[in-house]
Structure formats: C-alpha cells, structure tokens
Design a protein around this ligand. Structure first.
Ligand SMILES: [Zn+2]
Ligand SMILES: [Zn+2]
Length: 281
C-alpha cells in the first residue's frame, strides 16, 4: 500500500473540489482509516531528507498554478485548447485518497489505474465528462500492483469490453490476471511512452505524452500540498531504486504531472520534479 500524504494534516487544495469530483463515500471507511493511520505512521518516521523535500516543494508556485490553470472543460484538463482531435486531454477521478485518470484522444479513451474496489462508477463519470463511456476505452494502464490502483480492474475491464490492459511485467504476478499485456518500458501505446519507473514496486510504470507534456506518474512521485515529494520509503519495495526513478523522470520535459496521491501539478511540473530529484539522497 502507499502512504497518504494527506494524513500529515497538510491542507487539501479545495480549489479543485468544484472542478474534480471528490468521492470519499465510494471508499470503504475501514480501508480509508487504515490508510490514514499507516500514512501517519509512515510520516512519523520519514527521514529529514524527505521532509525537507516536502517542505521545499510545497511552495507557492504549485498553489497558484493549480488555481489558474485548471480551466479544462467539465472537470478535465487540456494540454491544448485547440480543436485538434489528436491532442491529449485528461480528467481525474478523485476517489478520495487515491486518483484514477482518464486520458482522451479524440473519441478514444485510456484509463490509468482503477482505484480501490467500487471505483468503476466514478471512473465512468469522468469518462462521461468527455461525452464518452466505457465502450470508448481502448486501453487500461495499471501503474503498479497495489490494491488502491488495481482494486477495480475486474469491474473496469468488465465494462470496457474492448480495452486492452497493460502493466509492468514484474508486477504481473501480484496482479494475477491472465489478460494483461506485459510492459518493460519504451513501448508506445495510445501515443504514450511507457516508462519503467521501478522502486515503489518492481514493475512500476509511468506513462507520458511528450507532445502534450503530460506525465502520469502513479506512485513514483507523490503529490504534496500542490507540490511533489518522493515515494514513501515505507510503502516502496526499494527506496533507492525509487529515488533513481524520480531522477530519471526529472530528465524529461512535461508541464502537467498527474499523481496517484495528491493533486495534479498543472504547470511547470518538470521544474518541481527536478527540484525534488536534486533533494533526494
Ligand atoms: Zn497508491
Ligand atoms: Zn503504491
């Protein structure tokens, strides 16, 4: 499981609440409380380095940029305001302490992560924000095998009958489904490059649209008060490898960062990640 950065008591950016759906009720209460208590425990033993990274990146830029740029249509962000059907748009299914994302290219969609069990309706509503439904979903990407990211995979694939599912090869045993395409990094699917980002889990994958400048990082990077922080040492398989993945991501160019936990960073996200990478041990 993963640390919940919000358990640290940092203020949640309510600017997003009217824009993105908040659906805490879809979470089993017991699961949520379990995550919070574990997240609190994890925070209590965070290294000073991580805390420093958090505080140095929880700065003003993130708070102001998210307010000024979340102007996409109907709860969705757009990297390109033009009518070009091939430009990538994104929407967030805010499931409480974790998010799933919908990526839309014209009349086709991809889903990145499926949240906890019971999240399929909320993801469906995010598709509906674009006038799309599960029938329009061509791909489902799982960033990694943790249950808050694959919890609704059966329901989602049951609804998205024509979708291909993808996940990192090294995580497939944990996901335990036979019909998932194994990824090792470097593949191009749906106009996205698959990025091997191991460390949080062995097979963790991120996806990036280079043209639109949108990186979906899963749990390779955590959101924190509108900024970013590194993956939690307590919920990562190998934190040294995970930190190296952050350094690799920091070499890329992207404007928007979509994270599994916390709010998206909607402007100059690569700068924030570069600062984070420089702060990691
Ligand atoms: Zn997670
Ligand atoms: Zn995780």
């Amino acid at each position: 499981m993963c640390g919940n950065h919000r358990a640290d008591g940092s203020p949640i950016d309510h600017h997003h609440e009217p824009v993105f759906r908040a659906r805490p009720r879809s979470l089993p209460r017991r699961t949520f409380l379990g995550e919070v208590s574990r997240g609190t425990l994890a925070l209590a033993i965070f290294t000073p380095t991580v805390l420093a990274a958090c505080s140095s990146d929880s700065g003003e830029s993130a708070g102001t940029t998210s307010t000024t740029t979340s102007t996409g249509a109907e709860g969705a962000g757009s990297a390109d305001t033009g009518p070009d059907n091939t430009s990538l748009q994104w929407g967030r299914a805010n499931l409480g302490f974790v998010s799933a994302y919908v990526l839309v290219r014209g009349t086709e969609a991809a889903i990145v992560d499926t949240g906890t069990s019971g999240s399929a309706p909320a993801i469906g509503e995010t598709l509906a924000d674009f006038g799309l439904g599960y029938r329009d979903v061509a791909h489902v990407f799982l960033t990694h095998h943790h249950p808050d990211h694959i919890g609704s995979i059966d329901a989602v694939l049951g609804l998205a009958e024509s979708a291909l599912a993808h996940a990192g090869e090294a995580d497939l045993d944990e996901i335990a489904r036979e019909t998932i395409n194994p990824l090792v990094g470097g593949e191009e699917v749906f106009g996205l490059e698959m990025l091997a980002t191991p460390g949080h889990t062995d097979g963790h994958m991120a996806v990036i649209d280079h043209e639109a400048g949108i990186l979906v990082a899963g749990d390779a990077i955590l959101g924190s008060g509108g900024g970013v922080q590194g993956p939690s040492p307590d919920f990562s398989t190998d934190i040294a490898v995970a930190n190296e993945s952050v350094r690799q991501l920091a070499k890329l160019s992207f404007n928007t960062l979509l994270v599994g936990h916390g709010d998206p960073v909607e402007a100059n996200a690569d700068t924030a990640v570069s600062h984070l990478a420089a702060s990691l041990a």
